[in-house]
Design a protein around this ligand. Structure first.
Ligand SMILES: Cc1cc2nc3c(=O)[nH]c(=O)nc-3n(C[C@H](O)[C@H](O)[C@H](O)COP(=O)(O)OP(=O)(O)OC[C@H]3O[C@@H](n4cnc5c(N)ncnc54)[C@H](O)[C@@H]3O)c2cc1C
Length: 491
């Protein structure tokens, strides 16, 4: 077996698989090392948010997910009744997609295999050593070397531990229960969410036509450690207490207890070692975010790591992975901790706070603020973008939306389709207009196009635009004002 790869990704969960795909399309010799012989069958993540669908669309594969999932027109914050509205972000995907993680991982592995990514299964990584010029990855019975290693190896990441990266946060204090079951007497509405003094219950169809997912917080049982198996009796009785009737859950395919442990890695990069996904951030699964944020970590890291490995970009480019993505992890830490507090306490004060927040979420600006954070639509890169209140979002540091363009031959093209091969996109909207990228960026990595939006109200005043491979606006040239590059290192 070959034992040197340019990049080794530890962990073939959703994040490791997506990162490997991103590295491969950029021409990197990458291997994924996974301890499991076969993929996990646990449904776990059900929610794919709109920004992750955009990420898939940026590589031309969103349809594969759309045809296997169920769109849900709105989202939730802490199971509050006032739903999150995703309609104002200019996305082709203003909803969440319900699709079990087992299906998501199968689709990601399919993509990885199409791209000929090497996936080495049944190998457990036991040690990581960065010697300054290479990383030695030790396994059960052999060793690999690589230029960089990425820990996408989940919450108990061996990569993070070996790099001695601090994983501070809040220890588990409450547990929630989950059951993927058949409902003998299902509720009239296919999805319900009830919180009262008896606890909290969320029920939604699993999407396979048979099972429902029940998430139950039972105040009498929140202190049970997550290692203790869940029984169907706990689910039946606890759910009935909250909703006032028995839905007769049976034939569970997955029963689990999960905790509100919340942690964030002190850094996402240490030398030649990088972290992504649950290896970098864990939290109670509130609002369906962990996998989504991890996929977006991978999207941010992939093209940067490829450019550094190829010697195109300075090593310092990798520091921008930490400066751009860790603040998103910090926000995730805060919002999931807040939500966990709101769904695991049932005293009169917390129920009153829920009522207050429920009212506040009816204010469009408040709703948009949380909807933008949970969906990932509002994630930005660099400092400049944070000050921007422009809802259109055509600003340096914000995501480009998938507008339709008309080129010089009068053909319609979607902006995202121009990024499918992982190149940068330079768009000239006025004859001869251009905007500079980072000095290290080679012209061969940029696709140049002269085109205008089909909707002339979009991009008004913009003369040229540079979009990064991950779909973020790196630079923009407007009439009157020049908005420079984000803080990407220059050679
Ligand atoms: C009940 C529940 C519901 C959830 N719902 C959502 C949701 O709706 N939306 C959402 O976005 N997120 C959700 N999440 C979170 C989501 O499941 C995780 O964030 C996601 O799995 C993280 O992906 P990952 O690739 O980073 O890590 P993982 O999925 O944990 O994958 C890590 C991989 O690394 C492998 N590995 C670990 N150690 C080693 C080693 N030493 N050597 C080799 N391989 C190793 C593991 O076997 C595993 O395959 C939910 C989680 C739970 C528990």
């Amino acid at each position: 077996m070959k034992n040197f790869y340019e990049v080794i990704v530890v962990g073939a969960g959703p994040v490791g698989l997506w990162l490997a795909c991103e590295l491969k399309i950029a021409g990197i010799d990458v291997a994924v090392i996974e301890r499991r012989m076969v993929r996990s069958t646990q449904s776990r993540a059900l929610t794919i948010h709109g920004r992750s669908l955009e990420v898939f669309q940026l590589r031309g594969i969103a349809d594969r997910f759309l045809c296997r999932g169920t769109p849900i027109p709105s989202g939730h914050y802490a199971a509050l009744d006032t739903r999150l509205d995703f309609s104002s972000f200019g996305s082709r995907f203003p909803y969440t997609l319900f699709i079990p993680q087992v299906v998501t991982e199968a689709l990601l592995e399919e993509r990885a295999l199409e791209l000929s990514v090497t996936i080495l299964r049944g190998i457990t990584v036991t040690g990581i050593r960065d010697n300054g010029s290479q990383v030695i990855v030790s396994t059960d019975d052999s060793a690999f070397s690589c230029s960089y290693v990425v820990g996408a190896d989940g919450a108990r990441s061996i990569v993070r531990q070996q790099a001695v990266i601090t994983y501070d946060g809040v220890a588990a204090s409450n547990s929630l229960m989950l059951a993927d079951v058949i409902l003998g007497s299902p509720p009239a509405k296919s999805a319900i969410s009830v919180t009262n003094q008896y606890g909290s219950v969320m029920i939604a169809p699993l999407g396979d036509g048979h099972h429902h997912r029940i998430v139950l917080v039972d105040p009498q049982r929140v202190h049970i450690p997550k290692t203790e198996p869940v029984t169907l009796k706990e689910i039946t009785e606890g759910t009935a207490r909250v909703v006032g009737e028995n839905y007769h859950p049976r034939d569970p395919i997955w029963l689990s207890r999960f905790s509100d442990e919340t942690r964030l890695a002190e850094t996402y990069r240490q030398g030649r070692i990088l972290l992504a996904g649950d290896a970098a951030h864990i939290h109670a699964p509130m609002g369906g975010q962990g996998m989504n944020v991890g996929l977006q970590d991978a999207m941010n890291l992939g093209w940067k790591l490829a450019a550094v490995v190829k010697g195109d970009a300075p090593d310092a480019l990798l520091d921008s992975y930490n400066t751009e993505r860790r603040p998103v992890g910090q926000a995730l830490y805060t919002n999931t901790l807040a939500q966990a507090g709101l769904v695991t306490r049932f005293d009169p004060a917390t129920l009153a706070l829920r009522e207050t927040l429920n009212d506040l979420l009816k204010i469009p600006a408040v709703n948009r603020r949380l909807a933008g954070e949970l969906s990932g639509f509002d994630a930005t890169i660099g400092h400049e973008a944070k000050a921007v209140s422009d809802s259109e979002g055509w600003q340096t540091g914000r995501r480009a939306t998938d507008i339709t363009l008309i080129n010089n031959e009068n053909q319609s093209i979607s902006l995202y389709s121009l990024l499918e091969d992982g190149h940068w996109l330079h768009l000239s909207l006025c004859s001869g207009a251009s905007v500079p990228g980072p000095q290290w960026l080679q012209k061969s990595r940029i696709r140049f196009l002269a085109a205008v939006p089909s909707d002339l109200t979009v991009l008004q005043g913009v003369r040229a635009l540079l979009v990064r491979p991950d779909g973020y606006i790196a630079a923009i040239d407007r009439e009157q004002e020049r908005s420079g590059n984000i803080d990407l290192p220059r050679q």
